[in-house]
Design a protein around this ligand. Structure first.
Ligand code: PMP
Length: 409
């Protein structure tokens, strides 16, 4: 595409009028220089930055689409709804249709509650757990990301100890540390929040073990605490049910969803079982745009399309092709990769790369070769990452490993 801006100039302008220029996880300041910050267009698995350079994108808007950018069927449903209206004085029938679809799709779900962001959904789960149990303590895994509100943000600026006074932390997949946290909660345990799998930045990913998952379930059953599954990142990418249905055969009481469920349109939801419906009807949680109809139309179309294409299976298959291809190429050039987590949500780190010199170098080369890989955050596949796209990606990887070897990195 034609360049529409000079990247550095645009960032300099942004920094004058926006804190940090770009805030949060989409700020690329922690990556190597040259990682594109602003984009002008996206289609399928492809992304164009403001200078006009094209990339095969393995971030999928940090997971916010899984059919590919600008998926015609979803866009058509959104445009159709927009013609009638989006934000009105009350919800459209789409809200009821979407809730019915979710109840029929996700095993533990007897009701659905809609919001906008993942943080809204995880926070509503925690509030519902406390309202239901009339208890205060909530257990969360150390460093697991559940959102940007004071109870869970990873950056402490502006957060008071009181904001987290009732949070207790355990280590993911570690029953002993979990039991210690339960003991610390005493008879005041309101809920336990667990990530779909361990998907923390900078680290290898970890699928939950069956023993850990069943133990969490049992503690919640025994104490009456709510078991909350944070599906924001994984939801529908690994399973047409909650991801713990696939990984470990365990169902939560409450689950929080956001990314990918409406293929890039803004909506999140909380799903719950019957036992927590009364509490969910007692809490007060709402927002100016939470009843908007077009993201609901997008979600209905997206979920039906994910089901029709059985996308988790397709993403796993293509993800495995990518994983195996990268491993072979790394071996060819004398490198060793650590590729962890579900193949549809891959994490790619280099062995013996404590300061991530190799990872950063490789991802910079990949960018030069037209592929957007992330050096320390998990990535995402979509339906648009077809076999021929994977082949193209592997060609870029071949050249990138060769450049790395030549540079002696
Ligand atoms: N939970 C998880 C697992 C997430 O990955 C995220 C977003 N990265 C959130 C919660 C928060 O979602 P949001 O940024 O939409 O508030």
């Amino acid at each position: 595409l034609n360049p529409i801006y000079n990247s550095e100039e645009l960032l300099a302008r942004a920094k004058k009028v926006i804190p940090n220029g770009v805030y949060g996880h989409q700020n690329v300041a922690m990556m190597n220089p040259g990682v594109p910050q602003f984009f002008q267009k996206a289609e399928g698995c492809r992304l164009w930055d403001v200078t006009g350079k094209e990339y095969i994108d393995y971030l999928c808007g940090y997971g916010t689409n899984m059919l590919g950018y600008n998926y015609p069927l979803v866009e058509e449903a959104v445009n159709q709804q927009r013609k009638d209206c989006d934000c009105m004085t009350g919800p459209s029938p789409k809200m009821v249709e979407l809730a019915e679809l979710l109840v029929n799709t996700v095993t533990h779900c007897d009701w659905a509650f809609f919001a906008k962001n993942g943080t809204d959904a995880t926070t509503i789960c925690v509030t519902t757990a406390r309202a239901a149990t009339r208890k205060k303590k909530v257990l969360a895994a150390k460093v697991a990301y559940h959102g940007a509100d004071p109870w869970c943000t990873p950056i402490p600026a502006g957060v008071t100890p009181e904001d987290r006074a009732h949070m207790i932390y355990y280590k993911y997949n570690d029953i002993a540390s979990f039991d210690k946290a339960v003991e610390q909660a005493g008879d005041d345990l309101a809920g336990v929040i667990v990530s779909a799998f361990k998907h923390d930045v900078f680290m290898d990913q970890e699928i939950p073990t069956r023993e850990f998952a069943q133990h969490v379930r049992k503690v919640c059953d025994d104490t009456g605490a709510a078991m909350i599954l944070d599906e924001v990142r994984a939801g529908f990418r690994v399973s047409l049910d909650v991801s713990w249905a696939k990984f470990v055969g365990v169902q939560p009481d409450l689950s929080a969803w956001c990314k990918a469920i409406a293929n890039g349109h803004p909506i999140s939801f909380v799903l719950g079982c019957e036992k927590f419906k009364t509490a969910a009807s007692q809490i007060y949680s709402t927002g100016s745009y939470w009843f908007a109809a077009s993201p609901m139309a997008a979600a209905i179309t997206t979920i039906k399309e994910i089901q029709r294409l059985n996308l988790p299976v397709m993403l796993e298959k293509n993800g495995m092709m990518l994983r195996q291809g990268l491993d072979e190429l790394a071996g060819k050039y004398g490198y060793e990769l650590k590729q962890t987590g579900p193949a549809a949500i891959p994490m790619l780190l280099f062995n013996k790369d404590a300061i991530r010199k190799k990872g950063n170098f490789f991802c910079t080369e990949m960018l030069k070769n037209g592929v957007y890989f992330h050096p320390w955050h998990n990535m995402f596949l979509s339906a648009a990452h077809t076999e021929d796209v994977i082949v193209q990606t592997l060609q870029a990887a071949d050249e990138s490993f060769a450049a790395m070897q030549k540079a002696g990195v």
